[in-house]
Write a protein that binds this ligand. Structure first.
Ligand code: BGC
Length: 766
């Protein structure tokens, strides 16, 4: 009998563990019993002191935790006193559980901690930077990457990621374009949805930065923003709204001003739009110390600004110590009410409840599981496949009668550039938990791919920048092994010497990891001078050159486009080296498409395809320098490579779009069908795109707007009909009064392989 009980209890435990395992596909919040949650939180809050409630609203980075003695660290002491509701960027099961133990065992009420982290494009298995992920246009892949990131995070003790960032990023000078899904609201909304759903199979997502952070003037990080509400609603808000509709558990407000008031304390933004209009019910956290920064924005002192932030609808204060430090005083002075504080506290406790932390505070973080899943074979394989999908082939001209790429694994190949030997930069910007010692450098990837087949010669070739101090500063994010600053002449000579001995030269240039990301605005998007000099010297040799342009943003490659036969954009990732070899040597045909317009020169920024029309338009690609038209006098109009663009190793032809009817009512829909044919000699993947243009409306509408897309893989010679359904929603917009309307009239319906190369037909809405 006793044995039976043991077996039964073992089975029960197993079942219990299994029940805790979150199935893929299901949102972790979906099982929450709201009535039970409310009763639980009512009861808990009835026992909390004011200070304990304010403690829940306080969030700090983990800081340096004294291993084995967390109570000896400032963070540990605050937790024990019930003055900290959440910590972030603490790595590993041991440390997160040590802090959790303090919360559960030492604080008076044992309220568990909410452990957060900037898991931006993977935990240890790093995917390309988010901009690169968006270039896959593959929502299943993006969802899968978020599931993998969530799985590794959850196993390592993280319950909450500060991702996805869905800020529309039109200006490539802004370094955080790397963290965005690019310039398009429709694609950005799809990416937001896929990421939120992927993360929330296991942990809580946080959509950020609400709102308009990407609108920073002149692409300068933390600069001010000013825009019309029509633009907010039509162009910048859709991805945040899509994240809310996808059930995102939390939102982070942004550093910038919205309509004259910092987003952190903007009641219209947080309460009227986000909570009331869109129905967001979750947790709202500020960005890093942004309540304190309101003072620098010119809005008074910390106490006053904490009141403003709370009353605007903020629940949690990241790092400003404004809520914990000043709200008790404000309550006693009648500046806030107990109900305001209770509302914020409830949102924090609800998040903890929904994540199951009250049932099992240690449910995130399992050493055995962490060992099994972190950077495991399956995750690396997925990352390699998905990374290969992200590369965008920008140019692939014929060399000796044949496209230069894919390369053959034969002869002698020179691999040259500052990115060739870096292990710490390979995963890209914002890789909080990267494990560079486990990742391959490009040289190692090439060596593995070419073993026994071709000779590989490598050289650094140049510095990233001419200025030593600047190079060392931009390498700061990955301080252990920064790309060395070398003697420029000797490096160039080495490169020229190995190039001379080679049949083909592959150059790995562009940005190191932290040349894009937070606080890394650039005033110049061209390749920096030493890199250009290297390319000039190498191209003078007459050898075929492939440029691998590492970037976390759109860059300006006019000179390279004019002088080099093959260019591919590369967006980092822990498996980047292997994935690159898969594509360069032809096992995989490139399928990435740009999600940002690439300028000819920096001065064109912000450059984006879905602009409002000019009254004096000049066609893209033309260089009509006549006066009194909307062109620059010194550069051709439009992008060098447009939004949506990218080559494959095959070629495709498109029919004109055919409509199921030329007219539709405002309640109806029509279908647009396009026939796509693979006219080349190998299988490849094409991203078929649908754009619309509203010819006449009550407010000015963009010249073109993406409204749908489909990734299709076709064998050589194969054709496929792709059908898009055009609904009222695709033709609607926010009018001057911010009502979402479909105005009858004529719409151009356009299909094609990118935003410039489209064929058009006309639809009339009655
Ligand atoms: C960034 C956020 C990030 C936060 C916490 C801030 O500086 O703007 O995106 O989540 O730090 O690390």
């Amino acid at each position: 009998m006793k044995r039976l009980l043991i077996i039964l209890s073992a089975l029960f435990c197993a079942a219990n563990i299994y029940a805790q395992k979150i199935e893929k596909g299901k949102d972790i919040f979906s099982d929450t019993d709201i009535t039970a949650m409310n009763a639980f939180i009512d009861n808990l809050m009835s026992r909390m002191t004011l200070e304990e409630k304010l403690g829940q609203l306080n969030q700090l980075p983990g800081g340096s935790i004294v291993t084995g003695a967390p109570l000896d660290s400032p963070t540990g002491r605050l937790i024990a006193e019930g003055k900290l509701g959440s910590v972030f960027n603490v790595k590993g099961v041991e440390e997160t559980h040590a802090l959790q133990k303090v919360a559960v065992e030492q604080s008076r009420l044992g309220i568990p901690l909410l452990v957060a982290m900037d898991v931006i494009h993977g935990y240890e298995t790093m995917f390309p930077v988010p901009l690169g992920m968006s270039c896959t246009w593959d929502m299943d892949a993006i969802y899968e990457s978020a599931c993998i990131a969530a799985e590794e995070s959850a196993a390592n003790g993280v319950a909450w990621t500060f991702s996805p960032m869905v800020d529309i990023a039109l200006d490539a000078r802004w370094g955080r374009q790397a963290e965005s899904a690019g310039e398009d609201p429709y694609l950005g909304s799809k990416v937001a949805e896929a990421m939120v759903k992927g993360y929330q199979t296991q942990i809580m997502a946080c959509v950020k930065h609400f709102a308009l952070y990407g609108g920073a003037e002149a692409g300068l990080d933390y600069q001010t923003v000013d825009m019309s509400r029509q633009r907010m609603f039509n162009q910048y808000f859709p991805p945040y709204k899509a994240a809310v509709e996808a059930g995102v558990g939390s939102v982070m407000s942004s550093f910038n001003i919205v309509d004259g008031i910092p987003a952190t304390a903007n009641r219209w933004l947080i309460t009227d739009v986000l909570r009331q209009q869109w129905g967001f019910k979750g947790l709202l956290v500020t960005d890093y110390a942004s309540i304190a920064e309101m003072n620098i924005h010119g809005l008074g002192e910390l106490q006053e600004n904490s009141v403003r932030a709370l009353l605007a609808g903020t629940d949690m204060d990241m790092c400003a110590n404004g809520f914990l430090g000043t709200l008790a005083q404000s309550l006693s002075e009648g500046k806030v009410t107990q109900a305001d504080i209770d509302r914020a506290c409830r949102h924090v406790l609800e998040a903890k409840y929904k994540l199951g932390l009250f049932k099992d505070p240690y449910r995130f973080g399992d050493k055995k599981k962490a060992k099994a899943v972190t950077y495991c074979e399956a995750n690396r394989k997925a990352a390699r496949r998905i990374t290969a999908e992200s590369f965008v082939l920008l140019k692939n001209d014929a060399y000796h009668g044949q496209s230069l790429l894919p390369l053959k694994k034969q002869g002698t190949i020179a691999l040259i550039g500052p990115l060739v030997d870096t292990r710490t930069d390979i995963s890209g910007t914002w890789s909080t938990v990267q494990a560079p010692e486990k990742y391959k450098t490009l040289r190692e990837g090439f060596q593995d791919a070419l073993k026994g087949k071709a000779t590989l010669l490598c050289a650094q070739g140049c510095n990233l920048l001419d200025n030593k101090k600047t190079q060392e500063t931009v390498a700061r994010g990955h301080g252990n092994e920064p790309i060395p600053f070398v003697d420029a002449d000797a490096a160039l000579q080495d490169a020229v010497a190995i190039a001379k001995q080679s049949d083909v030269v592959v150059c790995a240039l562009g940005e190191c990891a932290w040349m894009s990301g937070e606080g890394t605005s650039r005033s110049q998007l061209e390749l920096y001078a030493p890199q250009r000099r290297l390319l000039e010297a190498l191209s003078a040799l007459g050898k075929p050159i492939v440029l691998l342009n590492f970037a976390g943003r759109a860059t300006a490659l006019q000179w390279e486009d004019e002088h080099l036969p093959a260019i591919m954009n590369v967006w980092f990732g822990s498996e980047c080296a292997d994935a690159l070899c898969d594509v360069l040597f032809g096992e995989v045909s490139p399928s990435g498409r740009l999600t940002v317009s690439m300028p000819r020169v920096t001065g064109q920024e912000p450059l984006y395809y879905n602009r409002l029309p000019s009254g004096r338009p000049v066609a893209d690609g033309t260089s009509d320098y006549s006066v009194f038209t909307g062109n620059y006098i010194d550069v051709a109009q439009g992008p060098l490579y447009p939004f949506g663009y990218g080559l494959t190793y095959s070629t495709f032809s498109y029919s004109a779009p055919r409509l199921s009817a030329n007219e539709m009512t405002s309640k109806g829909s029509v279908e647009a069908t396009v026939t796509v044919t693979n006219t080349g000699s190998r299988e490849a993947t094409e991203v078929v795109q649908l754009y619309i243009h509203d010819r006449a409306a009550s407010i000015s509408r963009p010249v073109k707007e993406l409204k749908d897309f489909r990734r299709i893989t076709l064998k050589a010679g194969e054709s496929q009909e792709v059908t898009f359904r055009i609904t009222a929603d695709k033709l609607s917009f926010y009018n001057y009064d911010l009502q979402y309307v479909l105005e009858p009239g004529e719409f151009d319906i356009m299909t094609g392989p990118d935003s410039q190369n489209v064929q058009s037909t006309l639809l009339t809405v009655k």
